[in-house]
Design a protein around this ligand. Structure first.
Ligand SMILES: [Zn+2]
Length: 283
């Protein structure tokens, strides 16, 4: 995958190394309490945390370093996220609309406060519609490296494009549409939402070289790597594995075959209109 010469806009909030205390604005005790509340009582961690943390909105708690990261892993996220934003800026403009990038892509480790409650490594990457930020835990990155080896870069890029795809859905109102369709079942709103985010990731792949002046590009082999990543995080594959890992963002994504099909649709058409998983009878 080509990315080293790509532009980084620095829309990154780097909370790595701050630890859950500084990043979340609550003590370790608060996080333990929140987790106990979650596992034992089924209470949303954000509820418990707001009590422990004195009720302050979590998005106003201590922020990390904003700007362009200097390490390679951070730079990679910056360049890919900027490329994804640039593609959507162009796509929106062509439709007479204005794209607003996510409020930030947050890099963290262990746990961090978010507008959607406590973000934890075990949740994997996710997008929070409340604060419009993408949250990436870089230990999940290391796991992708371990699982995919040298192919990790394309897999990581795919994950970033998928999560920003959720932001696009938030801007376009697809998230509300999914909620109205219900959250359970193989053809539920949430599965359609996830498959559309996969397709949107493909749309980014299709336009990235042209929008970046050739600085950011995935060749066909990279695309296959991205597809394998999609396959590896499909519900059916995940359910076959008994790693003990909890990844809520992956529970309702659809099967590996469905994810690959929609990602490929985005790559081959480059057209967001082709990503209408909501209007499709066959997922
Ligand atoms: Zn998702």
């Amino acid at each position: 995958m080509r990315w080293l010469g790509g532009r980084g806009s620095g829309n990154i909030e780097d909370r790595r190394g701050l630890g859950p205390v500084a990043a979340g604005g609550v003590g370790a005790g608060g996080i333990v309490l929140a987790l106990i509340g979650y596992f034992v009582f089924g209470i949303d961690p954000s509820t418990t945390l707001s009590v422990v943390g004195g009720g302050a909105p979590q998005q106003e708690q201590q922020a990390g370093f904003r700007g362009q990261p200097t390490d390679e892993a951070g730079k990679f996220v910056d360049v890919v996220a900027t490329s994804v934003d640039d593609v959507w800026t162009q796509v929106f403009r062509q439709q007479g609309q204005t794209y607003r990038p996510p409020a930030a892509v947050v890099l963290y480790d262990q746990a961090t406060g978010t507008g959607c409650g406590l973000g934890q490594s075990a949740m994997g990457p996710f997008y929070c519609p409340q604060d419009q930020k993408v949250y990436l835990d870089l230990s999940f990155w290391r796991e992708l490296e371990t699982r995919f080896g040298a192919q990790g870069e394309a897999a990581r890029a795919y994950v970033i494009a998928h999560e920003i795809g959720h932001h696009v859905q938030n801007l376009l109102g697809s998230s509300d549409r999914a909620r109205r369709m219900g959250a359970r079942g193989a053809e539920s709103g949430s599965v359609r939402l996830e498959l559309q985010a996969d397709c949107y990731a493909g749309v980014w792949v299709a336009h990235a070289p042209q929008v970046s002046g050739g600085q950011v590009a995935l060749d066909p082999k990279d695309v296959e790597d991205g597809l394998r990543a999609a396959a590896a995080v499909g519900d059916d594959t995940l359910q076959r594995q008994t790693t003990g890992r909890v990844a809520p963002d992956s529970f309702t994504h659809g099967s590996s075959a469905q994810r690959m099909r929609w990602f490929r649709t985005g790559v081959t058409t480059g057209d967001p209109a082709a990503c209408d998983t909501f209007g499709s009878d066959q997922l």
